[in-house]
Design a protein around this ligand. Structure first.
Ligand code: DAH
Length: 342
């Protein structure tokens, strides 16, 4: 009689299956634990006549072993399935997701490169405010009151206070440095400047300049020329030529505009350089003694040179950008071209 029962249990074990930890547990409860059907068989031992006890015991132990083997098999199976489903979350054969790599804005890159070139030859960095007073932007720089030279730069004044304006050039930082430091001074001042101009491909009301100032005993025009020549070669390449064109600025005497050979046509003449082969990158000159005196520097003992260059202009030549507005429009198609090449 019990043989039939045992055969039925064996059949049930053979048929049983488990795919989840929960199903495994059900199997354990049904066939392995003390309270399971197999456990129950051991409890029946007492009811079995003595002469059959041995045969019964062997059968029961056999079922127990079958149940345990099956249980191990099912544990293995569930574990495997578990591993597979976990690794299915990460499919190593998929192509990587497309991470966009940022780039450095061409103006930032240009400013950094300019700083690097001048730092290597002993210039430090200085800054000044963008909202500036008349003294630092004009008067100390030898722009007499009501002098037409002030009209050279269309100024944004702060309403109701003609003494305060958005700085029209970084030359204001020269004044601040000279007021606060004693020569020798070798400083570079990059920054944003403002002019009340109509926005076009060549002009903007907000742009960037970098100012350079060198004041010491015996600083001469040759130092200015050599410094800017060195800069031009470092920035644009060895073959670059520099030309100084006599000019006028109230704060320098003599004054010169700095031209370099046109990067776009290599000096042959094109529409960017208007056929001349030369492009202007800034202004320069020997600091006017009046300016030194205005800032408390003895102009009998010290001389200096200064220069101011447009960062946009330099970036346009360097990267052959034809429209200044691209710098501020944040068009990713433009900006993406300056991403690092990996
Ligand atoms: N501040 C002038 C401008 O914005 C540029 C300039 C010219 C700066 C001559 C200088 C300089 O330091 O010496 O047009």
């Amino acid at each position: 009689m019990y043989q039939e029962k045992i055969e039925a249990i064996k059949a049930a074990i053979a048929k049983a299956d488990a795919n989840t930890p929960e199903e495994l547990e059900s199997f354990r409860m049904e066939f392995i634990s003390k309270k399971s059907v197999v456990g129950g068989l051991f409890a029946e031992m007492g009811k079995i006549p003595n002469e059959e006890k041995r045969a019964f015991g062997q059968l029961v132990n056999g079922v127990k072993q079958i149940a345990e083997e099956k249980f191990q098999e099912l544990i293995e199976k569930v574990n495997q399935a578990n591993k597979k489903s976990k690794s299915a979350d990460i499919d190593l054969t998929l192509p990587p997701s497309n991470h966009e790599i940022g780039g450095i804005h061409p103006l930032t890159a240009t400013r950094q490169r300019i700083i690097e070139i001048f730092e290597r030859i002993g210039f430090n960095l200085s800054e000044g405010p963008e909202i500036e007073d008349d003294w630092h932007n004009f008067t100390a720089l030898n722009f007499p009151e009501n002098h037409p030279a002030r009209e050279m730069q269309d100024t944004f004044f702060i309403e109701k206070n003609p003494d305060i304006a958005l700085r029209t050039h970084t030359s204001s930082v020269q004044v601040r440095v000279m007021e606060n430091q004693k020569p020798p001074i070798r400083t570079l001042s990059p920054g944003r400047v403002y002019r009340n101009e109509a926005i076009s491909a060549r002009a903007h009301c907000i742009f960037h300049q970098v100012e350079g100032l060198y004041v010491d005993e015996n600083v001469g025009f040759a130092d200015l020329k050599n410094t800017l020549y060195h800069f031009a070669k470092e920035m644009f390449g060895k073959g670059t030529k520099v030309r100084f064109r006599p000019s006028y600025f109230p704060f320098t005497e003599p004054s010169a505009e700095i031209d370099i050979t046109c990067m776009i046509c290599g000096g042959k003449g094109c529409n960017v350089c208007k056929g001349t082969g030369w492009v202007e990158i800034g202004g320069s000159g020997m600091v006017d003694p009046n300016v030194l005196e205005n800032c408390g520097i003895d102009s009998k003992k010290y001389t200096g040179f200064a220069f101011g260059m447009g960062i946009e202009r330099i970036a346009m030549l360097k990267y052959q950008i034809k429209d200044l507005r691209l710098f501020t429009e944040n068009d990713v198609r433009f900006l993406k071209q300056f991403r690092p090449i990996l």
